[in-house]
Every structure is written in C-alpha cells, then in structure tokens.
Design a protein around this ligand. Structure first.
Ligand code: ADP
Ligand code: ZN
Length: 659
C-alpha cells in the first residue's frame, strides 16, 4: 500500500510514500513522519492507493503520529478552498486547519462536571425577536447568516447561550469563537456553568495533549460545544448546527501566518457546506459585515439597540487636549479627568484608565544630538520600561539596559517622551495616593495566574483604579465601574491604514462599554487632539450608524473594501536592494493587467515598518474589483515568481494589518 502525504510547505502536490507494512487500518487523516529531502518532516495522509508505479527510489513513511484520524473529508475540502482563496499550498492550508495538539502518551480519563443550573433570565422584546429568528433558522436546516448588532451590554451573549441550547436540543454541535483576549475567566465560567459536561474551552493556556483529547472528543460527538479563539473554527464537529463569532470585528480573527485566513471567512464556508447557522455578534461590526447586512448581501441584521434592564449607555465627554487645562503632576491627564477620578473614588466607585501603549515611555531622545534610541533590527523606537530598567523593542523583543547618557553622541542626557501604561500607573499613584491601583497589560500578565488575579481583585472591589491596554477593553463585566478615561484617543487614528478610523471607533466604543453596567450610571472621558474628527464625534454619540454612513462613503470613493478585495504582497530580505528589485519584478508581472476597471496597484513601496527583525520590507497592494479575473494572476505570481536568494514573498489576502 502507498499513501499520499502533504506537508506544511509551498509544495502544491502530495508526495507518495510506502505505507508501513505493520499498519493495516487506513491512515487517511492521520499525521505521519516522513523523509522530505534530507529531513524527517511531519505530514498528513490525504489518500491511499494500492499501486504506485513508476516512482523510482520511493521512500517509506517513518512513523505514524496519530492512532486515529484527526481530520476528515470536510477538512480536505476546506483546505482545497483555502488554498485557492488565500493563495497557499494545499498542505499549508491543511496544517493551518488542524491545530490538533499532540496525542497523549497515556490515555487518562477526564472527569466531567455535572450541570450546574443557572437562574433563567427573561429576555427583553428585542432579545426575544432576535432569538426567535436564530431559533427558526436552526430548525430549518438551511444555511443562514445573521449579524447580531447589539450595543455593549445589550445581552448578546445571552442570545448565543440560548441558540447553543437550542442547537443542543436539536442534536447539533456548536462552535463559538471568541477573541483570545476576551477569553476571560468571566466569559469561560458563563459558558461552563450553562453547558457543563458538553463543552470544551480551547484557550491558549491549554496543554497540547489536552487540546488533542478535546479535538478527538469533538470529532466523536461526545463534546457538543466548542468555545475557543480563532482556530476553534476548524473544530471537527461532524454535526455542526451553529457557529457564533463574538466580537466579529476583532483583528485577532485574522491569522498572521500563511495562510492568513480570517475565521469569519472560514465560518461562512462551513455554514454553506454544512448547512449551519452563523451568528456574527458585535457592538461595532466590521464595515464589510454591516455592508453585507444592509445591502442584502446574504446576512440578516438583528438589532439590540438598548442595554438590558435599567442600565443605559454611559455619557461620553470629549476633552479637547489642545485647550484643556492639564494636571501639573501628570500632563497626560486633563484637570477635568483628574477631578472625575477623585469624585468616583470619593463615592467608592471603580475607575478604568485606558491607554493602548505599554511600557513607560515610547520614545527616548537625546536633546543634544536629536537622535532617538532605535531598535538595531527594526525601524522602530525603543520603549523605556522602568520596572526592568530596559529599552525594549515591541516588535522583535530586542532589549538593552537603559542608560541616561546618549549612546549616539556620548554627551547628552536623554529625555523620555510620551506615555505608556507603566508611567500612568506610577503618576496616578502620586495623584491619588489613597487609591489601590492595578495595571493590566502584556508585561503585568506574563506570569501564570497574574491575569486571573488582577481581574479577580478588581471584581472583588479590592482595586479602585485599573490601568490597562486593549486587554481591558473587551468582554469584561464589572458592575462597580462608573468611570472610564481614554487617555489618548488619537494613538490609532494616525496609522497608515484604511481601517484606522474603524478601529478607533470600535476601541472607544468598547472601552466606554465597560462602565455603567451596574446600578450607578457610567461616564466616559475621551481625551483627544482631534475632537472634530467624525470618528470621535460619532463615538461620543454611540452612533455606529452615523459612523458607518461616513466611513462607507469614504471607502466607496477610494474603492477600499467592501468595494474591492485587497491582496498584499510583502517582499522581505536582508539586502534592501535585492528586496526592492524583487518588488519591482513582481510589479512588472502584474502591472500589464492594471487599469482595466478590475485592478488598481499601489506601490511597490517600503512598508510603513520598513525594517522588521533585521529584514527590509517592501509591499505591493492590489485593489481588486473583480476577483475572478485577478485570482489566476496572483496564483501565477505565487507559483512562477522566483525571488532572489534569501528573499521571501508573502501573500496576504484581505490584509488586516498594513504595517
Ligand atoms: P453583551 O454580550 O451584549 O455585552 P451580556 O449578554 O453580557 O451583554 O449581558 C450583560 C449582562 O446582562 C449580563 O450579566 C447578562 O447576564 C445580563 N442580561 C442579559 N440579558 C438579560 C435580560 N433579558 N434581563 C436581565 N439581565 C440580562
Ligand atoms: Zn526590533
């Protein structure tokens, strides 16, 4: 017997190997170790044959990793489709779709928890009608997509839970995707409490063998509900009835490795293939999604316009930092915001201060020679981290000891510019000496259990002020919080990216949504140097529809998504001239096709981060108006273009990050 094996390489065709004689059962869908060139590499068996003639020197599979298949026909078909859509090899697609973990050496039995009943809520009128539509769709066994557009705290999660329950009753499995940062103990508990015994939560802290075991139990149908981050979308549910993508606008649903798939895109594919119901939920839907919901693009809009119960959306005050009086102690905070924090603390209420920048100071500059401390490997300034007394690159991890004398001129005393969360934490300790302060960002949550501890103490009221990055912006439900301060709303607005406005709107809305979830109403202060920007104005009014109207008009006039599909080529290498030359060659292959209303080309140009991890980077962005005509062109470049030695070309379909 012979097996056809694919590998996680750009190789398009499967390779044929001899099947180990001792193995009698089928290996289709199992991982094996097989020789590839001079190495032994992990591969996946995609088919078996009795005969394989005319292949001289055929090698044998060395060993079999999986005792039982980890994937099935659905994954094979999905990988075929992904290879075409995302312009990668079949093997690369299949490996992305099988994040199955490692088989355990010894099979342990796991004890299931038993059902813990939960108090039932009465849905409000909007929830009732939204749920009815989803429930009906589940009953018809027809594929159907919904956008559940509901303001923060409007009870979206409650709809998901009931829909899952309904699917369970109908004998169907459910996949629930949640952004990794929202996979908080709070959220997990809510799902586990409702569906104990039927549910697997696949978070990144799960040991690999545990993940494998869950994977197989999902495949066998023993587990009916999967909750997890991006890759949960590939779960081998055989009786899929429902897919939920919570916070569907979140960037973390887009993979940053080849193939750079988007979980939402995979969800649509599975919905159609497996005749499932798809629920996309968000308070700030991706513009593309809302467009499809509005324009009859196959997505049905369900709206929850009010918060549940008596709670209302917080009042958002915009502070014009060009004219506002600043705190003498800490000029990054306006006097108004300082006053508001004092008031909240006096009333024993909790405060969240949000700043999307970790570390102490993002820029270290020498006033003598004017030079900034830059990363030697990236075109990025180093951030000063006071706690560790280091200068750190947030892109490649390079760090060096902080010294007060300038490294460039050896004369000047460096000064620290800008503000990060570490600085906020230490400055507000001076401003509010009696307050109990905690900080939540990647640095403060590195240790195991730190994340849970910070959130647990805040939930228990042991912390008065929580300072944090976007880690605190989503999914958290703390009824004691009445004040949110956004220290700088402008951080993301200046990004060279057509999604900059959308992201900023979403972030302000999400952070604002953290307050006023209890009995006392919430107030938000947004500090900005662009108070008249439409993004800020609409976020102030909680008016997604108005933001959408402005933004979609802009997208249409510039022919950005959803009015085009983008494909981005990133060419990188150690030698800048070679990278530039390769970019020019690729451009040369594509440019003859430009101009006809189907395609526009941007670049080639250096990427906004022109050097990253020692690599120089250039990019070319295709704006594609008729994908059918351009797909073969992109595939032609992928399979025919040979980059110069040591250069790499990455293809990103529907890019999310343009840096
Ligand atoms: P969202 O997901 O839209 O942010 P949640 O589903 O988390 O909102 O709901 C916010 C809070 O309100 C939760 O504590 C939830 O249990 C509660 N809740 C949801 N629906 C109702 C309802 N109909 N009546 C009362 N409380 C509700
Ligand atoms: Zn770096």
């Amino acid at each position: 017997m012979y097996v056809q094996v694919v590998f996680n390489t750009p190789l398009n065709e499967p390779l044929t190997y001899r099947k180990p004689e001792a193995v009698t059962e089928s290996l289709i869908g199992c991982r094996v170790l097989a020789p590839l060139r001079s190495r032994t590499v992990k591969g996946i068996v995609v088919s078996e044959t009795e005969r394989a003639d005319g292949i001289p020197g055929m090698k044998s599979v060395e060993s079999v990793i999986d005792a039982a298949p980890i994937c099935d026909e659905m994954h094979f078909k999905l990988a075929q489709w992904m290879a075409g859509y995302y312009h990668c090899s079949y093997g690369e697609a299949l490996f992305a779709a099988l994040p199955a973990g490692d088989p355990p050496k010894r099979i342990k039995t796991v004890k299931d928890r038993t059902d813990i009943p939960e108090t039932q809520l009465t849905l409000n009128a909007e929830q009732v009608s939204a749920f009815a539509e989803v429930s009906d769709a589940l009953g018809t066994k027809e594929p159907k997509a919904f956008l559940l557009y509901g303001v923060t705290g409007s009870g979206k999660t409650e709809i998901y839970l009931r829909a899952i329950d309904r699917a369970l009753t109908l004998g169907k499995q459910s996949i629930v995707a949640i952004p990794e940062i929202s996979l908080t103990p709070q959220t997990i508990e809510r799902f586990e409490r409702r569906f104990a015994g039927h549910i697997a939560v696949l978070h990144s802290r799960l040991p690999k063998t545990e993940k494998y075991r869950y994977w197989q139990r999902i495949r066998s149908g023993e587990i009916r509900i999967v909750v997890g981050a991006r890759s949960a979308i590939f779960s081998p549910a055989q009786e899929l009835g429902l897919i939920v993508i919570d916070e569907e606008h979140e960037g973390s649903y887009k993979s940053s490795e080849t193939p750079r798939y988007h979980a939402r895109q995979i969800a649509f594919w599975r919905m159609k293939q497996e005749r499932a119901v798809l629920v996309l939920g968000s308070a700030t839907p991706a513009l593309e999604t809302f467009y499809h919901a509005r324009s009859g693009g196959g997505v049905t809009l369900l709206t929850l316009s009010q918060r549940v119960g008596a709670t209302v959306l917080p009042k958002v005050n915009v502070i014009d930092m060009r004219t506002a009086k600043k705190s003498d102690v800490f000029p990054a905070m306006s006097g108004v915001l300082v006053e508001a924090v004092h008031e909240a603390l006096d009333k024993k209420q909790q405060v969240i201060l949000f700043l999307n920048r970790k570390g102490h100071s993002p820029v270290v500059v020498c006033p003598q020679c004017g030079k900034t401390a830059d990363c030697p490997h990236c075109s990025i300034t180093l951030t000063y981290h006071k706690n560790k007394n280091t200068l750190l690159c947030h892109y490649c991890g390079y760090s060096r000891k902080y010294e007060t004398t300038c490294k460039e001129c050896g004369a000047g005393e460096v000064s620290l510019m800008g503000t990060g969360t570490e600085k906020v934490e230490s400055e507000i300790a001076t401003l509010f000496p009696k307050a109990r302060i905690a900080r939540m960002d990647h640095d403060s949550t590195r240790e195991a259990g730190a994340y849970e501890k910070i959130l647990g103490e805040f939930a228990a009221g042991k912390t008065d002020i929580l300072v944090g990055t976007q880690m605190i912006s989503k999914g958290l439900h703390f009824p004691g919080v009445t004040l949110v301060g956004v220290l700088s709303a402008d951080t993301g607005l200046g990004f060279p990216d057509f999604r900059a406005a959308e992201r900023t709107f979403s972030l302000i809305t999400q952070v604002s949504g953290r307050c006023g979830r209890g009995d006392a109403p919430g107030v938000v202060y947004v500090q900005t140097y662009n108070p008249d920007h439409y993004t800020i104005r609409h976020a102030q009014e909680h008016d997604y529809n108005a933001f959408y109207k402005d933004e979609i008009a802009l997208r249409e006039s510039l022919r950005y998504p959803p009015f085009s599909r983008l494909v981005r080529f990133v060419i990188r290498g150690m030698n800048e001239a070679a990278v530039k030359a390769d970019a020019a060659s690729i451009h040369g292959m594509i440019s003859p096709h430009e101009g006809k209303s189907s395609l526009a080309i941007l670049g080639p140009a250096p990427c906004p981060i022109a050097k990253l991890k020692k690599y120089y980077r250039w990019h070319i962005i295709l704006k594609i108006m008729s994908p059918k005509m351009v797909t073969s062109l992109v595939e032609h470049v992928r399979t025919k273009f040979r980059p110069r030695k040591d250069d790499y070309v990455e293809i990103d379909v529907d890019p999310y990050n343009m840096l």
